[in-house]
Design a protein around this ligand. Structure first.
Ligand code: AMP
Ligand code: ZN
Length: 114
């Protein structure tokens, strides 16, 4: 998608602090972190939101969780804990329409969110 900011990050047209990349996904630090550790994991294929997932494309979600599992161990937050968030649509607070999973950690997080 030409006007998608995360597609531009994938293509290297917008800089990012990339922390992981493979054939199907990338992870990079959120530009506006809400916690000491706050990164995003996104599929390289432009999928607008969870609403746009089908049987085939849902496989990337299993892969994203596997990647999160690796990264949190590397960042030493696997044991202290972390939160995975997917915002979907207007009420969910989604501002970038390229499906992404936030991972936050490095401090105790409040629950429930606002
Ligand atoms: P959401 O509100 O769930 O759609 O989350 C979008 C997230 O993308 C926000 O937390 C933003 O801070 C983050 N974001 C927007 N632009 C960039 C960028 N260029 N690099 C890294 N993170 C970004
Ligand atoms: Zn995109």
């Amino acid at each position: 998608m030409d006007d998608c900011i995360f597609c531009k990050i994938i293509k290297g047209e917008i800089p990012s602090k990339k922390i992981y990349e493979d054939e199907d996904v990338i992870a990079f630090n959120d530009i506006n972190p809400e916690a000491p550790i706050h990164f995003l994991v996104i599929p390289k294929k432009h999928i607008e939101s969870v609403n746009h997932i089908d049987e085939e494309s849902s496989k990337v979600i299993a892969h994203i969780f596997n990647v999160i599992n690796k990264i949190v161990r590397e960042l030493n937050i696997a044991d202290t804990g972390y939160r995975i968030i997917n915002n979907c649509g207007v009420d969910g607070g989604q501002t970038v329409n390229h499906m992404h999973f936030h991972v936050l950690g490095g401090r105790e997080l409040k629950w429930p969110p606002g």
